[in-house]
Design a protein around this ligand. Structure first.
Ligand code: ASP
Length: 324
């Protein structure tokens, strides 16, 4: 019998009709009938929070990650399932993946439809997540299970505003599948972005994310520097290139001691110093910008918050990013 804890944090999975839409109320609408008689699982459910996930800030994500780390160290459970809103699930799951050692299966799940809608997906998703928590022995790190697919926290993203198949890992695909008779694992990630354990996760929250658009970006970077931000992630064009005015703003940021990390607004592929024109990757590297491989901007921002919260220096951060 596997001892599994379901920790609820909010989201559509527990929302009910109210206020002219669906909303979080005092009563949870989470339908857990699917896990009550699940063979081989002794499941307990605990409310940790009840928030729509756009209300979940990095500091709340760090609290959740710290709570999961405590559960990991306690060895009280064989697995933990976290229910969460879909909007920021990929960020909380990644934050937990940064912090956890990985020997405790931790599985995030959610619902695209509330229990008041036709074709509700929540009860099945929780059931599938519990089944993954019971069977995962591969040290996959934190996983995300929706629509019977298992994804790595570092890669998964919400790709569609409404469809139950919204969660995907562009360029990588799922780690495995949950079928009626068994859970099938196809592959394991050979590395994760993971920070060696040093007690509680503490964040530097003044880390911004700037997504470039044609002719846009430099003003926002200057604004963040003036607002005393300590780190800025720039989602550049293509292979990692920006307008020369944006490159100048990035250099001003670097010179004032801000850690500036480059990633791409493309869904797949690494940033690399290929282009040598002003604002190209070669130029940005010369100006002291760090490169984040193919990591998504919203996730590398959380990584930078954790690095700066730990007082890691630019060189140490660069060293960690060199694996990407
Ligand atoms: N807006 C909701 C949330 O993230 C969406 C969901 O849970 O599916 O809380």
């Amino acid at each position: 019998m596997k001892k599994i804890l379901v920790l609820s944090t909010g989201g559509t999975i527990e929302m009910l009709p109210g206020n002219g839409g669906i909303t979080i109320g005092s009563v949870s609408g989470m339908d857990v009938s699917g896990i009550q008689a699940l063979p081989g699982a002794d499941v307990s459910i605990q409310k940790y929070l009840s928030l729509p996930s756009p209300h979940i800030t990095p500091s709340i994500m760090a609290d959740i990650a710290n709570e999961l780390r405590k559960l990991e160290l306690s060895r009280e459970y064989d697995g933990v399932v976290v229910t969460h809103g879909t909007d920021t699930l990929e960020e909380t799951a990644f934050m937990a993946d940064l912090h956890l050692e990985g020997f405790l299966p931790v599985v995030f799940t959610a619902a695209m439809r509330s229990s008041s809608e036709l074709g509700v997906d929540g009860p099945r998703n929780i059931r599938s997540a519990v089944r993954v928590a019971c069977t995962e022995t591969q040290n996959l790190g934190v996983t995300v299970v929706l629509n019977d697919e298992i994804h790595a926290a570092g890669r998964v993203t919400k790709t569609c505003t409404s469809n139950v198949s919204s969660f995907d890992s562009p360029g990588y695909g799922p780690l495995g599948f949950v079928d009626d008779d068994r859970v099938i694992y196809h592959r394991r990630p050979i590395w994760r972005v993971n920070l060696p354990d040093q007690g509680s996760l503490v964040l530097e929250e003044r880390v911004g994310l700037v997504r470039t658009a044609a002719g846009f970006g430099h003003d926002l970077i200057d604004f963040l520097v003036e607002a005393d931000y300590k780190g800025i992630v720039v989602e550049a064009f293509g292979r990692g290139n920006v307008h020369p005015a944006t490159a100048d703003a990035m250099e001003r940021a670097v010179k004032s001691g801000v850690v500036v990390i480059l990633t791409s607004r493309c869904h797949e592929g690494r940033v690399l110093d290929v282009y040598a024109y002003p604002g190209g990757g070669v130029d940005l590297k010369r100006r002291g910008v760090l490169f984040a491989g193919d990591m998504a901007g919203n996730k590398i921002r959380l990584f930078l918050m954790a690095c700066l919260g730990r007082k890691l220096q630019r060189d140490q951060i660069q060293q960690m990013l060199s694996a990407l």
